[in-house]
Design a protein around this ligand. Structure first.
Ligand SMILES: NC(=O)c1ccc[n+]([C@@H]2O[C@H](COP(=O)([O-])OP(=O)(O)OC[C@H]3O[C@@H](n4cnc5c(N)ncnc54)[C@H](OP(=O)(O)O)[C@@H]3O)[C@@H](O)[C@H]2O)c1
Length: 347
C-alpha cells in the first residue's frame, strides 16, 4: 500500500460525494490488501482501501433526497465501492446516514463497520431478547466493544473473553462476566458459573433435574458471537443451549452465505465443505450455525445514530493516526492488540 494521486470520484445520480474527515481502520483492510477476499469480492486495481468514514457532503446526485451539501454524515460504503482512505468518496445514498451529533468526526468514523456487524449479528440474526445470555468473544476489539453495549441495550446477560488488562474496559461497557483468555478456559468458567446458579435453583425446584440432563443445564447460552479461530468456534458451541445460535464473523462461510452472494458452484461446494464439521456438530446439539459477512445499510446506521445520541452506546477509540500514517495505522490494527477502534484523521 502506498499514497498516490487518483482521479476525483464520479458521482452517480443516487450518490453523495463526501469530503472525508476521518476513516476507521479494520482488519478487513489488511485482509483485502493480502488478497484474502479475492474469491468473494473481486476488486480492480489500483484500489483505494478503507471501509468506513465520516465527513461532509459536498455534492449530491440528481435523485438524492435525504442529503444535501453541508450535511455531516458517516457510512460503510458497499463492498464494491470501498475507498475511504482518501480525501473524497462517492457513496450510494442508501449506504449513508447522518452522523451522530454527539460525536466528533474521528469517533463517528469508528462506528459504521463494527456497529453494522454487531447489529446484523445480534439484532437481525439472533433476534436478541431481554434476559438472554450472550457470549461475545474478543470484547476489547472493535466489534466486541460495540457488541457488548448493543447486547446490554437489549437487556441481555453478557459474557466476554478478553485479556486481564482489558477487564476494566469490558466491564465499563457492561459485560457481566469477563474471562481472561490467556489464563482461563471460557467453556469451563461459564459452565462452572451455571453450575452454581443451577445448584441454587435446585433448592427451589428439584423438578429441573428430571427435565434436563446436567450437560444441557450447564450449556445455557442463547447466542455466541465468534470473531476468533476455529478452536474457539467449536468450543463456543458447547456453551450454547439447544435452540441457541452460533454466529461467526471469522468463518467458515456456509451454504446460506454462498447463496446470498450468488457464489459459483465450485465456490458453493468449497463453502459447504469448509463449514461441514461445524454445521454437523451444531445440528447434533440442536444449535443453528450461521456465518455473517456484514453489509452496508444506511437505515441501520440511522438506528445506531439514535442509540449513540441517547448515550446508550459510546464509541471506543484506541488511537487516531494522521492521514500520512495510514500504513502505520494498518500495521497497528494488524498486531491484533487494539483496544476498540483505530482511526485515521484525514482532514
Ligand atoms: N464477517 C464480518 O462481517 C466481519 C466484520 C467485522 C470484523 N470481522 C472480523 O472479526 C475479527 C475481529 O474484528 P475486530 O475489528 O473486532 O478486531 P480487532 O479490533 O483487531 O481485535 C483486537 C482485539 O482482539 C482481542 N483478542 C485477540 N485475541 C483474542 C482471543 N484469543 N480472545 C479474546 N480476545 C482476543 C485483543 O485483545 P488483547 O490485546 O487483550 O489480546 C484486541 O483487543 C477480524 O478477523 C475481522 O476481520 C468480520
Amino acid at each position: 500500500m502506498r499514497a498516490g494521486e487518483m482521479p476525483d470520484p464520479e458521482v452517480g445520480e443516487n450518490d453523495v460525494l463526501v469530503e472525508i474527515h476521518a476513516a476507521g481502520v479494520n482488519p478487513i483492510d489488511f485482509k483485502i490488501r493480502n488478497g484474502e477476499f479475492k474469491l468473494i469480492e473481486p476488486h480492480r486495481f489500483p484500489l483505494i482501501l478503507g471501509n468506513e468514514a465520516a465527513g461532509v457532503v459536498v455534492r449530491v446526485g440528481s435523485r438524492v433526497r435525504r442529503f444535501k451539501p453541508g450535511d455531516e454524515v458517516y457510512a460503510r460504503p458497499r463492498k464494491s465501492r470501498i475507498g475511504t482512505f482518501a480525501e473524497f468518496i462517492a457513496i450510494a445514498e442508501d449506504d449513508v446516514a447522518h452522523k451522530p451529533i454527539t460525536l466528533s468526526m474521528e469517533e463517528a468514523a469508528s462506528i459504521p463497520l463494527v456497529g453494522l456487524t454487531a447489529w446484523q449479528a445480534l439484532v437481525e440474526r439472533a433476534n436478541l431478547k431481554k434476559g438472554q445470555k450472550v457470549l461475545i468473544h474478543a470484547g476489547s476489539g472493535g466489534v466486541g466493544t460495540f457488541a457488548i453495549q448493543l447486547a446490554k441495550r437489549f437487556g441481555s446477560i453478557v459474557a466476554t473473553t478478553a485479556s486481564a488488562a482489558s477487564f476494566d474496559l469490558v466491564k465499563r461497557l457492561g459485560a457481566d462476566t469477563a474471562i481472561d483468555y490467556r489464563k482461563d478456559d471460557f467453556e469451563t468458567i461459564l459452565a462452572a458459573g451455571n453450575r452454581d446458579e443451577y445448584s441454587a435453583g435446585l433448592q427451589h425446584s428439584q423438578r429441573l433435574v428430571q427435565c434436563f440432563s446436567v450437560e444441557t443445564i450447564l450449556a445455557d447460552y442463547d447466542v455466541a458471537l465468534n470473531s476468533l479461530d476455529g478452536e474457539t468456534l467449536h468450543k463456543s458451541l458447547r456453551v450454547l443451549k439447544p435452540g441457541g445460535i452460533l454466529i461467526s464473523i471469522s468463518g467458515p462461510p456456509d451454504p446460506d452465505f454462498a447463496k446470498e452472494i450468488g457464489a459459483s458452484r465450485i465456490l458453493s461446494l468449497a463453502m459447504r465443505l469448509l463449514s461441514f464439521r461445524i454445521r454437523r456438530k451444531s445440528k447434533r446439539r440442536h444449535v443453528r450455525y450461521s456465518f455473517l459477512l456484514m453489509r452496508a445499510s444506511g437505515d441501520q446506521l440511522r438506528e445506531i445514530s439514535s442509540l449513540i445520541d441517547l448515550g446508550i452506546i459510546r464509541p471506543c477509540v484506541d488511537r487516531v493516526f494522521p492521514f500520512e500514517s495510514t500504513k502505520e495505522a494498518m500495521a497497528y490494527v494488524e498486531t491484533g492488540r487494539a483496544k476498540g477502534k483505530v482511526v485515521v484523521k484525514v482532514r
